[in-house]
Design a protein around this ligand. Sequence first.
Ligand code: TYD
Ligand code: MG
Length: 455
Amino acid sequence: MAKATVQYVCSSCGAKAPQMLGRCPVCGEWGTYEEEIIQRSGPTAKRSFSASGQPKRLQDVEATEEMRLDMHNGELNRVLGGGLVPGSLVLLGGEPGIGKSTLALQVLMQQGERKTFYASGEESVRQLKLRAERLAGDAENLYISSETSLERILEQVKEIEPEIVVIDSIQTIGTEAIEASIGSLSQVRECAARILEFAKTRNIPFFIIGHINKEGSLAGPKVLEHIVDTVLQFEGDQQYMYRILRAQKNRFGSTSELGIYEMQQNGLREVSNPSELLLSTAREGLSGIAIAAAVEGARPFLIEVQALVSSAAYGTPQRSSTGFDGRRLNMLLAVLEKRVGFKLLQKDVFLNIAGGLRVQDPAIDLAVLAAVLSSNMDIALDAGTCLCGEVGLAGEIRPVNRIEQRIQEAQKLGFRRILIPAEQVERLNRSHKPGIEVVPVKKVTDAFRLLIKKD
Ligand code: TYD
Ligand code: MG
């Protein structure tokens, strides 16, 4: 019989300790340590991945493009890096209720004749059937089972021989190989490791679904991230219907790609032109709104930045930001005060990115400031103008990446004018004439002058 010892592992960062700790010395989180039983021998210890161990000269290695399975779902293909790699293990994480099960089931239902298998430890076969009935797709060859034992699930996979497997969720299944309770860190890790080995030896791709907690990390998190090939994060605001799928880690592709879906009555609809969705139609004449030409991943889209500036009712003015980094907002407001001479000390400032989107692209800085300015002066900005530019501490407009794509997207959506960082104008490809007026701006003040000029 294998000899078992105990260690303690931080469920937030994966740090290990020989005894229980109240606070993790590595990541600083409180109360995150969990007991973990380690088996000294057994499958874990013997695991080996080097099948063809002989070293080769790099020159002699033939590298062909990875084969990819087309998922018949453009957004998912994009985020995976051009389709699913056979034998790969993909973790699909997200908060409860965001739509992970829906996405996974729907994707399997879109596979046509391809044989697929959905094993759920969360729902009964009947519940799965009910869910499937809401979704589009004919699911000719989709097998489902309600099962919590990993061993039995893998037996079923051997029997069915599917081309794609989904396990929903990693926190609700357990292996008999270790005694830890289902959902514990050691179970989650052991199951994932076994699934990985199974996926690699049989060349079957697996999606495993994992819940994340409020803080946004996967339960049993970092450990799992190291095991799997790809980590996809499904996110979005519960109130909004948009869902964003992003790769947090991808051994087979870039992590900057973004997939956008809309949750509807009959499942998730792919949003291939996000700009149209994210821009509200009735913004003409409203103050506090500015349109930014943003890029997430390799994809440009236009987003609506909304600001509300009002007199602070209480002593300390409030600063609140949704979808945009709060510290960055504070920095930008300081620039407004210092470089433009705006007095915002006695004002509450609320900022919101429409559609429940979270944007990291610094190129939306200029639109953020323009929205704040517009609200503060209660003057609507020209609805045919959009903006892009990072704002520096001196109030200067700094260059942004993929400028030509941004201009194109703005033009495609019918904007008449786009303000861009001055120094990038010279480097623009002169040969093609964009059907949009491109206006260079050097400083925030230049931009403001242009934006509120009455014509
Ligand atoms: P679900 O996939 O169960 O979330 P998760 O697996 O991430 O916990 O999604 C649940 C939500 O999606 C639920 O509130 C109902 C909603 N929903 C729709 O709006 N349309 C649909 O077609 C389906 C199946 C679910
Ligand atoms: Mg679910």
